[in-house]
Write a protein that binds this ligand. Structure first.
Ligand code: TPP
Ligand code: MG
Length: 328
């Protein structure tokens, strides 16, 4: 596993804050300005995307859930292209055709997400099978929520990945709810990671609000996958601060529960750690935050000033790669 240095930790803090700030501004724009898409944000869950994607290789593939915006950024999609995507502009990843939580970008190794919950999990098994058949050592990292683990797609995927020892890591972002249904109502085992045992792969529970813990377990899983030892299910326990989407900001969760999880903010946790370990001083972290704010405002300006896709593109890029590469 690559040892993390001070530089890495500051970079990770930057990714965490960039994810937070990007989503906060998307939410504000949605409620007060004409932002085309309906944001589904990962605020409160950022440590999973950042911890799992930090130090991934460019040829490693990620298959995002609907709360993986930080992963897009860490994997190389610029804030400008991400924001332009949210504004449905032609300069965004996906050329304005998919929302910014379902982005794809082939050059960055991001396979476009699916509106069908869990529908992308088998695709990650497919990309992992391709790696094995072509004798390549890239890993496929599939993100999904707790609710998605009740789909047949999840179970069939884990089984196939395990019997063929495929280089895929399944990252469950267990934010305790599928829309308004608590995980204790829709899953009977205490930990979703327990489900891994049924398929013969390691199932690991990690604090999803601890970016370093996620990083460590994800890296160990990638190393196993690259050694040919097969898949891992990594369950990251976390919580989303906002509603399922901005359409339902109050989705029935107890306010005291939301407040308690806000106390466990992944950014604050990491910031406190960096300061306590004297890996950073407050001024350094403040400067990172100011730089990120500037970057996000620049991305918004870029998105606002960009054109919408021309109407004649409406039927292009949807099915056939020969028509051009929509997810560049
Ligand atoms: C097959 C399918 N069923 C239902 C939906 C509607 N839906 C969208 S997101 C969602 C909840 C997903 O919960 P979870 O997997 O825990 O992800 P989270 O939103 O909590 O990150 C549902 C039911 C859908 N898009 N696809
Ligand atoms: Mg969930």
């Amino acid at each position: 596993m690559q040892e993390l240095k001070k530089k890495d930790c500051l970079e990770m803090y930057r990714w965490l804050y960039l994810t937070r700030r990007t989503e906060e501004r998307m939410v504000e724009y949605h409620h007060h300005s004409p932002l085309t898409e309906l944001p589904h944000v990962s605020i409160g869950q950022e440590a999973i995307s950042v911890g799992a994607c930090y130090n991934l290789r460019q040829d490693d593939l990620i298959l995002p859930s609907l709360r993986t915006r930080g992963a897009f950024l860490v994997k190389g999609i610029s804030s400008r292209r991400m924001m332009a995507g949210a504004f449905a502009k032609v300069t965004g990843s996906g050329r304005g055709k998919n929302t910014s939580h379902h982005l794809g970008d082939r050059q960055c190794g991001v396979i476009a997400g699916s509106g069908i919950v869990g529908g992308h999990i088998p695709l990650g098994v497919g990309t992992a099978l391709a790696a094995k058949l072509h004798k390549q050592d890239y890993v496929s990292v599939v993100f999904f929520g707790d609710g998605a683990t009740n789909r047949g797609d999840f179970h069939e995927s884990l089984n196939m990945a395990a019997i063929w020892k495929l280089p895929v890591v399944f990252v469950c972002e267990n934010n305790m709810y599928a829309i308004s249904t608590p995980v204790s109502y829709h899953v009977a085992v205490p930990d979703i990671a327990n489900r891994a045992a049924a398929y013969g792969m390691p199932g690991i529970v990690v604090d999803g609000n601890d970016v370093l813990a996620v990083y460590k377990e994800a890296q160990a899983a990638y190393e196993r996958a690259r050694r040919g030892e097969g898949p891992t299910l990594l369950e990251c326990k976390t919580y989303r601060w906002r509603g399922h989407s901005e359409r339902d900001p109050r989705d029935g969760r107890p306010p005291e529960e939301v407040a308690a999880w806000k106390e466990k903010c992944p950014l604050k946790k990491f910031r406190d750690f960096l300061l306590a370990e004297q890996w950073a001083v407050a001024a350094e972290l403040d400067t990172i935050e100011e730089d990120v704010k500037t970057e996000v405002e620049d991305a918004i300006r870029f998105a606002e000033e960009s054109p919408y896709p021309p109407p004649e593109e409406a039927l292009l890029h949807a099915y056939s790669p020969s028509e051009g590469d929509a997810v560049k």
